[in-house]
Design a protein around this ligand. Structure first.
Ligand SMILES: NC(=O)c1ccc[n+]([C@@H]2O[C@H](COP(=O)([O-])OP(=O)(O)OC[C@H]3O[C@@H](n4cnc5c(N)ncnc54)[C@H](O)[C@@H]3O)[C@@H](O)[C@H]2O)c1
Length: 308
């Protein structure tokens, strides 16, 4: 999607962290911004930032797991700003880190509900409207680096993010030949409030009786005094990266080159796991649609982010 000026962005989880960073980048690019978030108070707190800058903004309280509410939110967005051009499925939650077998069904339902069903709800509610109006459009979903390379004791989070990556890769493939593109955003550590907001928004019926108390680090594992915040990317920079990816039609939007080596190890492991046996050319001809997808060839290297 090349032309962003005057277009409408519908961003979920936009009242905090990465979603807010994306919303700011959209406002700066001259877009009309819908801040959709389940926390009304947080929406009210961020709207003045946009209003003071003179950027068109409208807040909608929305729980992305509620399909009826999603359709109403899309209607409201269209009645306020007109056609939606950019859908950003960014709302997400985490659950306490622990081995999968110690997780609860409440953990499963909460995280699958928001991180997967919430994104499906967004796409199935809004994408047909975008395809119908026919103007240039784009869908971005926020996954995570943890969907590409797994993190110890975080099976549920990693599973939901890996699902989002597969979902968006397939969506990008399905959308080829239309006026709408698709990207998956896989950020590394960014300044945000995921732990706190995940606790705050977790519905009563999906609460755990008790959550594990994180173990204190053993004395010899204690980290030296260090300001980790210096190593986190700002949400504003993450937002700019997302918009660059939208303009470039990137399949993957990434943040930290430091993750490259880990991914190489993962893909090497997969390649090593193939049995050593001859290749059948007839099999390749018949199953070429399973063997590779041309969507992967569309990805090029974006280069360093130019900030003003
Ligand atoms: N911050 C990071 O380091 C990081 C890294 C990788 C991926 N992510 C992903 O980025 C996204 C944003 O994370 P963040 O760190 O900015 O968190 P955040 O807590 O700052 O923002 C998330 C927002 O989503 C909203 N939200 C939660 N459940 C919702 C629901 N059901 N409906 C609507 N809104 C809902 C929250 O109210 C909150 O405002 C998440 O999908 C997260 O998994 C974050």
């Amino acid at each position: 999607m090349k032309n962003l000026e005057g277009r409408v962005a519908f961003i979920t989880g936009a009242a905090s962290g990465i979603g807010l960073g994306i919303a700011k980048a959209c406002g700066k690019a001259g877009m009309k911004v819908i801040i959709a978030d389940v926390r009304q108070q947080a929406i009210d707190e961020v709207l003045p930032y946009f209003q003071e800058k003179g950027w068109p903004v409208h807040g909608i309280q929305l729980d992305v797991t509620d399909r009826e509410a999603y359709a109403k939110a899309a209607d409201e967005a269209e009645s306020v700003f007109g056609k939606i051009h950019l859908l950003v499925n960014n709302a997400g939650v985490e659950v306490p880190a622990r081995p999968l077998w110690e997780s609860t069904f409440e953990d499963c339902d909460f995280i699958v509900g928001v991180n997967i069903q919430g994104i499906l709800n967004g796409i199935i509610t809004i994408l047909p409207r975008m395809l119908k109006h026919g103007e240039e459009g784009h869908v971005v979903s926020t996954a995570s680096e943890s969907g590409l390379s797994v993190v110890h004791n975080c099976a549920l989070y990693c599973m939901t993010k890996a699902a989002v990556i597969a979902l968006m890769e397939t969506l990008a493939s399905d959308l080829q030949g239309t006026n709408v593109g698709a990207s998956v955003f896989c950020p590394g550590p960014i300044v945000g409030n995921l732990r706190a907001t995940s606790k705050e928004v977790r519905p009563q019926h999906l609460q755990n009786d008790s959550d594990p108390v994180p173990p204190a680090p053993a004395a010899d594992q204690e980290m030296p005094e260090f300001d980790f915040s210096k190593l986190l990317m700002s949400a504003e920079e993450a937002g700019e990266r997302v918009l660059r990816g939208v303009r470039r039609q990137d399949l993957y939007i990434l943040t930290h080159t430091e993750f490259k080596e880990g991914l190489r190890k993962k893909f090497d492991a997969i390649l090593r796991a193939f049995p050593d046996q001859p290749i059948n050319d007839d099999f390749i001809k018949l199953f070429s649609f399973l063997i590779t997808n041309p969507i992967y060839e569309t990805q090029t290297t974006p280069g360093p982010l130019k900030t003003e």
